[in-house]
Write a protein that binds this ligand. Structure first.
Ligand SMILES: [Zn+2]
Length: 365
């Protein structure tokens, strides 16, 4: 039996909720975590037609990219489409779960998928997340260093780029004097003790801090383990906004834009004046991400592709870097494929369907 919380866990293994931006509201929107899933309907946006479709298909879970509950609600009376969707979902026992900026920012997330569809190589995060990493240093008696280190890695420490189990280990000795009432692992109460110890240093995302400290305390033999946690100014290179990569072969600007138009089925690609350059370095960010064009230019991109950009923002790039605007829905449509791969990969027998409702609110003449 697959429960709503199993699907939520599978999605959050890939795109942990703490990776979402501050303004966001990703996660379970409506429903009970212990309910059994009868089927999953995937979409970018929840509309009333999507809820109807889920009911008709026997799916009691909708997984969307955009959260249906984004701004706080004061009442649910059916006066807006959001309120009507909520009422309809509740009336039909349909749960709604959303993975939004957490899956935008995650390694292998929405922007990696867009890059993949465009055939980009050497893809990296365009704007890595700041102030999200911690350094842990812990002092462990030599015979227990391996066990503590392994426990830290199992809790999620030591990931740098594509490497795992990263640590630095320095031998030295610690001193301590146990007081009356202590129950020391080694040494004698009232006597200064010297113990050979290893200083284990490793790195972790700040959101797993509590889990790591618990693992440390469980694995460490001392009554009062000594450890330090430092905030780091390093960027988190694997996580963040947008991506930048390279085309295998440089390509004519207009030709490249035609490929983008075709691959994303865009009714109309809006772009700044063409510069007559070849395109090799491509930066992109799905959704409303026009403001990240400056990061693309700093990173030396030949072109920046996004879902939405403001008219006045585009003036800054005319003559310097091509900016192409391909539509919010169009840029993020392949997010449904990521959902499908995560859920069906873990639960192959479960019914997982993509919506057939066209929820794009933008049409082209
Ligand atoms: Zn979006």
């Amino acid at each position: 039996m697959v429960k709503i919380k199993d699907i939520a866990n599978a999605l959050e293994m890939f795109a942990p909720l703490p990776l979402q931006d501050d303004f966001d509201n990703a996660g379970l929107q409506i429903g009970l975590t212990d309910a059994e899933v009868t089927g999953v309907l995937l979409c970018l946006d929840v509309t009333e037609a999507v809820v109807d479709e889920a009911v008709a298909l026997g799916c009691n879970l909708i997984v969307s990219h955009h959260p249906i509950i984004f701004k706080p609600l004061k009442r649910i009376t059916g006066s807006t489409y959001v309120e009507r969707c909520i009422l309809k979902a509740l009336a039909n026992n349909v749960a709604i779960y959303s993975a939004h900026t957490n899956i935008d920012n995650a390694p292998g997330g929405v922007n990696y998928r867009i890059a993949d569809i465009l055939g980009l190589k050497n893809v990296k995060i365009l704007v890595p997340k700041e102030d999200a990493l911690l350094k842990l240093a812990v002092f462990v008696p030599v015979a227990h260093a391996d066990a503590v280190r392994d426990a830290l890695f199992a809790a999620g420490c030591g990931k740098i780029g594509n490497y795992g189990s990263c640590s630095y280990n320095l031998n030295g000795y610690g001193t301590f004097m146990a007081q009356e009432g202590c129950n020391p692992f080694c040494g004698t109460i009232g006597e200064l003790h010297r113990e050979n110890e290893v200083r284990i240093e490793t790195i972790m995302p700040s959101y797993i801090k509590n889990r790591v400290i618990k693992a440390l305390l469980d694995a460490h033999p001392y009554e009062e383990p000594a450890y330090d946690i430092y905030t780091l100014k390093n960027s988190w290179e694997n996580v963040g906004t947008g991506v930048i990569g390279e085309l295998p072969e440089e390509c004519d600007e207009a030709e490249f834009l035609s490929v983008v138009k075709e691959k994303f089925a865009v009714g109309c690609v809006r772009h700044t004046p063409l510069l007559g350059r070849k395109i090799k370095r491509v930066a992109l960010c799905g959704g409303a991400a026009g403001s990240f064009a400056s990061a693309a230019m700093s990173a030396g991109a030949d072109i920046y592709i996004t879902g939405e950009a403001r008219y006045h923002d585009l003036f800054s790039y005319a003559g310097k870097m091509t900016v192409a605007v391909i539509g919010h829905y169009e840029s993020e449509q392949y997010t449904m494929d990521i959902f499908s791969e995560i859920i069906s990969g873990k639960y192959p027998a479960l019914k997982v369907l993509k919506t057939k409702v066209d929820t794009n609110p933008v049409c082209y003449l």
